[in-house]
Design a protein around this ligand. Sequence first.
Ligand code: PGA
Length: 262
Amino acid sequence: MTHDRSRPLLAGNWKMHQTLAEARALASAVAAASRELAGADIILAPPFTALAEVRRALAGSPVGLAGQNLFWEEKGAFTGEVSAPLLKDAGCSHVIIGHSERRQHFGETDASVRKKIKSALQAGLVPIVCVGESLGEREAGRTMDVIAGQLEGGLDGLDADEAGRIVLAYEPVWAIGTGRTASPDQAEEVHGFIRGRLEESYGGELSSCAIILYGGSVKAANTCSLFKEKDIDGALVGGASLEPGSFIEIVREAIKGRKERQ
Ligand code: PGA
């Protein structure tokens, strides 16, 4: 799946939720609604256990499939890990990398993010690379420094061709799962900053085409205003993607916001 900035990209991050039966029902509902939501690109990121089930439920629909994480080695004695080629084989087009929950609870660093990006790209997966500041960092006025550091550390060594194949997601840690969404102005400020950093590193052609998602308590009520911002190209949706009605409504609102932007 390649992306076009004029179409909003909505990714549902199911985190550690959904039994097979729940996953099947949710994915089937999103697949059925996708005909009516043709103005957006949609991706679902179920837990590994449900990838095959969701793939079957999405068959014949344009909805894409993503992993929530990967290990950078191709194969080998790495009990409990899943590689990029295995995700590709399971039908994934995308993989989330460097989510703040992985940085916080599982020791993910910019160095591991970098290795994961490389292995995802090598397998032909689109990495969705997450960056974001904590509340303390924002309150200390360090937001842009933190984002710049994560971009530099995570993307270090990528050439323009590689950088051009990734999707970035700005997810302020204080907004994830808290119900406290960044305001459209706060999000746009950081999205514009990220685009500016991409321009400095890779030039204007790449930065003007780069897809930058917002994540953190996205819900239908705040989607339209976020999508009117010029540098917000999509959303990574956690809690509100677990219920078909709210996720589908978010996609609708994103399409609406995008139309009002143009
Ligand atoms: P949330 O999660 O929408 O539940 O805040 C977003 C994310 O962590 O990707």
